[in-house]
Write a protein that binds this ligand. Structure first.
Ligand SMILES: C[S@@+](CC[C@H](N)C(=O)[O-])C[C@H]1O[C@@H](n2cnc3c(N)ncnc32)[C@H](O)[C@@H]1O
Length: 255
């Protein structure tokens, strides 16, 4: 296991129950891609509890959930069985997926790519397993075009989860997908996984960040000028901070 997958394995149940992960505008956008189909082969990479796969319920004949964490996969199977979903757990890393070439109609990876140790290799795997004309959907935290805002965002993310590697900017995502041989057909940025924001305390609770990390994030935010907070989507509610869980939704295709 990597540091990230070991950390997630220990707190898998948090993600099965997380309101932020269970439903979001990006998952509604994903569901739309399944419209008119009931026979898709879907692969949810870094599936966690499988919320992205379940967004396609009724549109998929098979849902493969790839994750290196056995406890995440246990939850994926349990939640899948409760929904009568055609779930197939696959214990593996995104960088080496043990599924055949061109075997999937839709590959989705949500809120996870920022943890991958080799993003180029992971994208090459997505490209390999998707069928010609099939879809690769990336939903992930994205970086800021302004270097100072990006730096602050990165500091907050690493405090929130020390296994965070990088929230790529949208222009970096374009380069990465192009290098993997994937053509972008839709890209939306500055989305939020939780309209109105998530209280910082709750966001830290989901990731088991700990009290010290939460306090360090608050100390950082207290000393940040208001326009910069606004620029990265940090708000205030009920005397505390809120975080936007700001994501991009990228739909790409293999030619
Ligand atoms: C924040 S959870 C997101 C889970 C799910 N995609 C969702 O949207 O609810 C991140 C997931 O990435 C997985 N993960 C971390 N590193 C990985 C890697 N290199 N390959 C595949 N999965 C990985 C973790 O085990 C965890 O399940």
């Amino acid at each position: 296991m990597t540091a990230a997958s070991a950390r997630f394995d220990a707190i898998a149940d948090n993600y099965a129950k997380s309101e932020v992960h269970e439903t979001s505008p990006s998952l509604s956008m994903l569901r739309k891609l399944g419209e008119g189909r009931d026979d898709l082969d879907v692969c949810d990479v870094a599936c966690g509890a499988g919320h992205s796969a379940f967004a396609l319920l009724g549109h998929a004949k098979a849902m493969y959930g790839v994750d290196p964490s056995p406890n995440m996969l246990k939850n994926f199977v349990a939640l899948g069985q409760a929904r009568n979903a055609p779930v197939h757990p696959v214990e593996a890393f995104a960088e080496a997926i043990p599924l055949p070439d061109q075997s999937m109609d839709l590959v989705v990876c949500r809120l996870a790519a920022h943890h991958f140790t080799d993003i180029g290799r992971a994208l090459a795997e997505f490209r390999r397993i998707v069928r010609k004309g099939g879809s690769v959907v990336i939903i992930d935290l994205h970086g800021d075009d302004d270097a100072d805002c990006d730096g602050l965002n990165h500091q907050l993310e690493v405090l929130h989860d020390p296994t965070h590697i990088r929230s790529y900017t949208v222009s970096r995502w374009r380069e990465l997908l192009e290098a993997a041989g994937l053509q972008i057909v839709e890209l939306q940025r500055d989305l939020t996984e939780r309209p109105g924001g998530v209280p910082l305390q709750r966001w830290c609770e989901i990731a088991s960040s700990g009290d010290a990390a939460h306090a360090a994030m608050v100390a950082l935010l207290v000393n940040t000028p208001a326009p910069m907070l606004e620029s990265i989507g940090i708000g205030r509610r009920d005397g505390g901070y809120t975080v936007p869980v700001r994501t991009c939704f990228i739909h790409a295709q293999a030619s």
